[in-house]
Design a binder for this molecule. Structure first.
Ligand code: 8GT
Ligand code: MG
Length: 137
C-alpha cells in the first residue's frame, strides 16, 4: 500500500501530528497526516488532497524526506514521506481527530506506529534543502 505522508513544519519549527481514530488501523496512535495514493494520482497530488481533507491545509512547497517500507502483520505499507515547507490555512482535525503542533525533540513523547521510527530518525538528520513547488506535478 502506497501512502503519501506529510511532515508539515510551521515557521516556528513545530510539526503537525494527528491522532488516528479508534476504528482505524493503528487507532489511538499519533501520525503524520496523509493517506493512500489513489489510481491515476501522483504521490504529491495524493499528499495535497489528503492534507486538505484531513487537516484543512493547502500545500505550497514540499520536498522529499524519506520512504519507509514496513510490514505489519496485516499489511505492508510504503510511507512515501514529504516535508511540507510552506502551506496556507489553519490546521484543524476535519475528521474529528485530535491534532497537535510539537517540537522535533518532543516527538518521542508521542506514541507512533512502528513504521514511523524511520521517519523520525530521518527528520532529525534532515538539513534544509531546495524546496520543490507542489504545483505542476
Ligand atoms: N497517514 C499516515 N499513515 C500511516 C502513518 N504510519 C503508518 O503506519 N501509517 C499507515 O498507513 C496506512 C494508510 O494510511 P491512512 O489510513 O491514513 O490512509 P487513508 O487516509 O487513505 O485512510 P482511509 O482508508 O480511512 O481513507 C494505514 O495502515 C496507517 O496505519 C503515518 O504517520 N501517517
Ligand atoms: Mg489518512
Amino acid at each position: 500500500m502506497h501512502v503519501a505522508v506529510g511532515v508539515v513544519v510551521r515557521s516556528d519549527g513545530k510539526i503537525l501530528i494527528a491522532r488516528r481514530l479508534r476504528h482505524q488501523h493503528m487507532g489511538g496512535c499519533w501520525e503524520f497526516p496523509g493517506g493512500k495514493v489513489e489510481a491515476g494520482e501522483s504521490v504529491q497530488q495524493a499528499l495535497c488532497r489528503e492534507l486538505r481533507e484531513e487537516v484543512a491545509i493547502a500545500v505550497r512547497t514540499l520536498e522529499p524526506l524519506v520512504a519507509i517500507r514496513h510490514a505489519y502483520r496485516e499489511k505492508t505499507v510504503l510511507l512515501d514521506t514529504w516535508q511540507v515547507t510552506a502551506f496556507s490555512g489553519q490546521a484543524e482535525g476535519r475528521e474529528g481527530q485530535e491534532i497537535a503542533w510539537v517540537a522535533l525533540r518532543a516527538l518521542d513523547q508521542y506514541h507512533f506506529p512502528d513504521a514511523n521510527r524511520g521517519i523520525i530518525t530521518a527528520l532529525k538528520r534532515a538539513r534544509p534543502g531546495t524546496a520543490h513547488s507542489a504545483r505542476g506535478r
